[in-house]
Design a protein around this ligand. Structure first.
Ligand SMILES: *Cc1c(COP(=O)(O)O)cnc(C)c1O
Length: 496
């Protein structure tokens, strides 16, 4: 039997896995969720005999029930290959008594590679299965890392075009260079004068534009999304939670069934939601610690049950988490409301009309798995410094938010459960902030020279991704206002 997906805002809008992946966002603006969360019935001991690709198959085959076995295996082997510079795909590194799950060994050295290296294959397979001959246009808003990971995933993938919008002044210089040097005839990168939320709102608006959709369809195009609102982004992220548990088991750090905690540096709530799904599938997980930076809207939500986006947007040194509307939280709301689509719809309408909502006491009770925490810019820097001096391990600014939150958590709660900190980016991606935090005086201005300095300090080779942009030519130069985003899309697709 097929596992069906439906909208978080209307249970009557249903889709198979491949249809949900193709559509990205549900037509009513909701997000696709599985009608039930499948259980992984294999024992940890059995899973311990598997490599990353085999484990990926175990997880994905439970969700992608309208894909054939061969299709799923084909997507997996195209995604998790030598693009990753570690045979483990997602290695665990022990430092200072905790384990770091390094999700930055893919093409763009940030965790979004974990899902975006497979999404293009899931999507083109889905198009084939559903007899879609339209060209798929991926439209993406990025706070820095999604954009590059999506561009790398989709570049020159036949039957697709990809258009990425990013906040011109809201990403790191390495992030921007990575994007504007992207090769591939089907890639388009545009800076906007606004922040990430403006970019995301603009993209959502374009997705919801019926008139545009009709004109696109006449011209042989259809939109899809590579943002973490696409269920095809979320599902591959479940894999590495199982992988890290199994790896701890293989290392005899834990016994089968022992609970572990995860600390996840959070922005759009996609990564930590995948951990929640892993727990619901039967993985022995204790607390899910949701770490925010100064944009601590999620921390406040876990404290009070009120989500309030009406606040100042703060630019931090962890830009991929500078987000005030965490889109994937909608999926969690749906589940903690007891899979109640009308309740979710009501809350989402309140968010868009009043900028805030409050969940019910019953829903709050279902949030017990979560702990919210946040770290300021200063705390983040101090943590990078501390981990470097005490453990000789260099972490990036996003991972440092998680470490700082974790340290505050164990100080207060004395929870001694084994913990995995999810390391979401390579320090090379945020070299300037990392070097500053370590206390290097007189930094060179040039990104590459900073990377060379970081190599001396960390002893870790400069990743290929950084070597590449060092020499690459800038191919994308357009910058537009937020209200010009639609026109830019029309011009690219020549449907004015
Ligand atoms: C995207 C990103 C995050 C936030 O992940 P979400 O799934 O959006 O919560 C954290 N760290 C880095 C480096 C990222 O790129």
């Amino acid at each position: 039997m097929n596992l069906m997906y439906h909208s978080t805002r209307n249970s009557n809008i249903r889709a198979t896995a491949s249809q949900a992946i193709l559509q990205g966002l549900s037509p009513d603006g909701g997000l696709f969720v599985p009608e039930s969360i499948p259980q992984l019935t294999k024992s940890i001991d059995e899973l311990a005999g598997m490599n990353y690709r085999e484990l990926a198959y175990e997880v994905l085959s439970l969700y992608l029930t309208d894909y054939t076995q061969e299709e799923i295996k084909d997507c997996i082997s195209k995604a998790y290959d030598h693009k990753f510079d570690s045979p483990d795909i997602a290695p665990l590194y022990k430092a200072g008594g905790v384990h770091y799950l390094e999700l930055f060994h893919g093409a763009t050295i940030a965790f979004k590679d974990m899902a975006l290296s497979i999404l293009p294959h899931l999507l083109t397979t889905a198009a084939r299965k559903n007899n879609i001959s339209d060209e798929i246009v991926i439209l993406t808003a990025t706070s820095g890392d999604t954009g590059k990971a999506a561009l790398a995933g989709f570049a020159d993938v036949e039957g697709t075009k990809i258009i990425v919008f990013y906040p011109k002044d809201g990403v790191s210089s390495v992030q921007e260079k990575q994007m504007v040097t992207q090769k591939g005839d089907n890639t388009y990168v545009i800076g906007i004068r606004g922040n990430f939320d403006d970019a995301q709102t603009g993209v959502k608006k374009i997705f919801g534009d019926k008139d545009l959709e009709e004109r696109m369809s006449k011209a042989g195009y259809r939109f899809s999304s590579a943002n973490s609102i696409n269920i095809g982004r979320l599902l591959p992220q479940i894999i590495y939670y199982f992988h890290s548990y199994v790896e701890l088991y293989r290392r005899k750090e834990i016994i089968e069934g022992e609970h572990i905690n995860f600390v996840v540096p959070t922005g759009n709530f996609g990564n930590i939601l995948a951990a929640y799904y892993a727990k619901q599938m039967g993985l022995p997980v204790g607390k899910l610690i949701c770490a925010s930076n100064d944009n601590k809207v999620l921390f406040d939500f876990f404290q009070t049950g009120v989500y309030d986006r009406k606040r100042e947007f703060i630019l931090t040194i962890s830009p991929s988490m500078d987000i005030l509307v965490s889109s994937n939280l909608e999926r969690l709301l749906y589940h903690i409301a007891g899979d109640d689509a009308s309740k979710t719809k009501e809350l989402m309408e309140a968010l868009s009309s009043r900028g805030r909502y409050e969940i019910t006491p019953d829903m709050r009770k279902n949030l017990e798995d979560f702990v919210g925490g946040y770290a300021t810019i200063n705390e983040t820097s101090a943590t990078i410094h501390k981990v470097y001096t005490e453990a000789k391990y260099v972490i990036d600014t996003h991972t440092a938010v998680a470490t700082s939150v974790y340290e505050k958590y164990i100080d207060k709660d004395k929870d001694r459960v084994k913990t995995v900190i999810v390391a979401t980016a390579s320090p090379y991606k945020f070299a300037e902030s990392v070097l500053n935090a370590i206390g290097i005086k007189e930094l060179p201005n040039d990104d590459y020279e900073q990377a060379v300095l970081l190599r001396e300090i960390s002893g870790i080779e400069i990743p290929v991704a950084v070597e590449e942009i060092h020499r690459a030519e800038i191919r994308h130069k357009i910058v537009c206002e937020t209200d010009e985003m639609k026109t830019e899309v029309e011009e690219i697709l020549k449907i004015i």
